[in-house]
Structures are given as C-alpha cells and as structure tokens.
Design a protein around this ligand. Structure first.
Ligand code: GTP
Length: 342
C-alpha cells in the first residue's frame, strides 16, 4: 500500500527557519519532523511517495542517509502544485487504495483503525477528524452520526458551526478520487477536490480519533509541540550531545554542541546545533537557529533567529524574526499553501 506524504510546502509561517530548511526537516526534539510520521505508518504501507518541491535535495539526502525499512520515492514537482496537484502528480506510483498525509502534524491517529473504518463504510474518501474548541479559525466538517461528511463550512461563527470537528490532515483515498484532480495546476485538495467527491459519490467519511493532535504551522505551535512531547515523556528539558551549559533551562530543547554561558536563563526555547549563547542572556519563547551567536546580556522574547545569525551584546528584541541574509530565490512573500485551520 502507498502513502503520499505532502512535504513540498514552503512553510512561510515558519520563516526564517524555512529559509534554509525544508519545513518537514525542522527538528522536533532534535529529530526531523517527518521522521515521526514515517515511524507511525502501518506495516501495510510499504511504499512512501514524498511529494516534494522546495528544498527537495535536503529531503532526498535525509532519506538516503536514513533507512526506514520502506521503499521511498522522492516525487519532485516541477513547481508547487498545492495539496491536490501534488497528489495527482504522484498518480503514476499509485496501485490501489492510498494514504495522503501532511508532513507537519504530530498526532495519535491510528492509521490501521482508519483503514478498517474506511473499508467498513465502503468509503471513496476518508479523512481524519479532530475536535477543536475554536471552530471559527478552521474549516469545520458537517458530519453525520455515522461519520458521513456532507460538506465543510469555512471559519463559522460558533453558533453556526455544523460540528466541532476539523480536517486533521490525513486522508485515505480510493484511486477513483484521482480522476477528480486536473493534472498540472495548483489545486487544493481540501477546497476544490473534497467538495466534488462529496457531491458526486456521497461516500466521504470522517474518522474521529482521540489523544493528541498538533499542527505545526506557526512558531508558537512549533515551540508548543516540543513542550507537549517533553511533558509526555516526563522530561524537563531535552539536551543534545556535547553540551556546555552553565545557565538555567526550563522547558527547553537544546541541539548538539551548544554553549550557554553563566547566569543565562532560557524558558521555552529551542536551540539548534552549534549555537553559542553568551552569559547573562535571557530568552523567553524563542527559537535559535543553527550556528547562531547571541551576545552577552541580551534579552529576547518571542523571537526567532534563522540559521547563522549573530546578535551583538545587549540586544533587546520582542516578537521579531531575525534574518539578515538574502531570502532564497523563489521563496514566496506570502503563504501559498493551504492551511488546515486559521
Ligand atoms: P505555510 O506556507 O506556512 O502555510 O506552510 P506550508 O507551505 O507547509 O503549507 P500548509 O501548512 O498549508 O501545508 C500542509 C501540508 O501540505 C504540508 O505538509 C506541506 O508541506 C504540504 N504542501 C503544501 N503545499 C504543497 C505543494 O504545493 N506541494 C506539495 N508537495 N506539498 C505541499
């Protein structure tokens, strides 16, 4: 069985981290985000098609260097085709019922149970559903008691919401669904293709699950998923290899070869490999990219430093994205992907 993993987005909301890295390779507890997804694929999935575009070489290299015991095909889109276009572009590798999975989600969805649910309902398309409180930020499924989805309502007022279930970014599809997608153009699976399948087949189901679900779209959710996983594993902090840490950490994830000077205090901070943070620095809710240097007595809140950035001593920043290098060619000025929520 095949699984298409959507990993071609630019991850604009996670810039400047994504100026140098594919979003799906951003580390979570020092392991690329996409590795969590590959690890939880059912045995039945023996072929993984990576739908890639931006930073495809990094993704290809990662999978050459790491064996997950499955056939991996890197399917390189000539240009970003959106979630629907990427699925169509992978059609040549599809031999039967297949998964489509967003690469930027960490969750407890059981894909084996989803397959059983899909078969029982003779579904053409089954999507995972996750309950939320803030329906007005999401596309909400109009789902009947048996799981049949009859439509979606974008960002409804709470009183108008047909349910509190949103599309959780994992789809199980029959090959017939591919006929709904026009080849070679930017198409959203969620906005353009799903409504057609609902209208035409009436066999569009939602699979609800419990446990946890985190969509890593923004810096805040990227920091949050670290804290969530550390709590789950009962870790106060996560520290990589060869650390030299003289300061105090709370709720932090620290990469390899990181130096943190005397009397520095870090709270809810992710620090990538080879960063150097001098003494008397205070960091709160920040991400510090690889090889970054932060001068002594700096004070940063809600701030992200892209890879290889240097801040002078006594820097004070709040709510900033630090990037002093050229923006990669072709990187969009604004979001072009299609967001599950927001
Ligand atoms: P933002 O720019 O911050 O919205 O991030 P994104 O580009 O990752 O978009 P979004 O979060 O909507 O993407 C959801 C999933 O679809 C992610 O796993 C993306 O990598 C993937 N994705 C989005 N657009 C494309 C595309 O054009 N091609 C492919 N292959 N994957 C895509």
């Amino acid at each position: 069985m095949e699984a298409i993993i959507l990993a071609g987005g630019f991850g604009t909301r996670l810039r400047p981290l994504t100026y140098t890295r594919a979003k799906s390779l951003l580390p979570i507890l020092n392991k690329p985000m996409i590795s969590y997804l590959i690890d939880y694929l059912p045995k039945e999935v023996d072929k993984v098609i990576l739908a890639v575009n931006y930073r495809k070489n990094q993704i290809e290299r990662y999978f050459k260097e790491n064996d997950f015991g499955k056939e991996i095909i890197v399917n390189d889109e000539p240009e970003p085709l959106g979630t629907g276009g990427a699925v169509k572009f992978a059609e040549k590798h599809i031999t039967g019922r297949f998964f489509v999975l967003n690469s930027d989600i960490i969750c407890s969805l059981n894909l084996d149970s989803m397959i059983k649910f899909h078969k029982k309902n003779n579904s053409a398309s089954t999507i995972s559903l996750w309950p939320v409180e803030n329906v007005s930020e999401f596309g909400v499924a109009d789902v009947e008691d048996d799981g049949n989805i009859v439509g979606f309502v974008e960002k409804p007022k709470p009183e108008d919401a047909p349910s509190n279930f949103i599309n959780a970014g994992a789809y199980l599809l029959e090959p017939e669904v591919l006929d709904y997608i026009e080849a070679g153009r930017l198409i959203s699976m969620e906005k353009e293709i799903f409504p057609q399948i609902i209208d035409d087949t009436g066999r569009f189901f939602g699979f609800k699950f419990e446990g946890h679900w985190r969509d890593i779209g923004r810096i805040s959710s990227y920091i949050d998923v670290h804290k969530f996983l550390m709590r789950k594993e009962k870790m106060e902090n996560y520290v990589g290899e060869s650390p030299e840490i003289h300061g105090k950490l709370s709720d932090c994830c620290i990469g390899d070869n990181v130096y943190i000077g005397n009397n520095s205090k870090l709270n809810s901070v992710i620090v990538y490999d080879n960063a150097r943070i001098e003494k008397d620095v205070v960091l709160q809710n920040c991400v510090v990219g690889e090889n970054c240097k932060i001068g002594m007595s700096s004070d940063l809140k809600n701030t992200v430093l892209g890879d290889n950035e240097t801040l002078n001593e006594n820097s004070v920043l709040d709510n900033k994205a630090v990037w002093s290098q050229p923006i990669p060619e072709g990187y969009p000025k604004k979001q072009i992907g299609n967001v599950i929520g927001e």
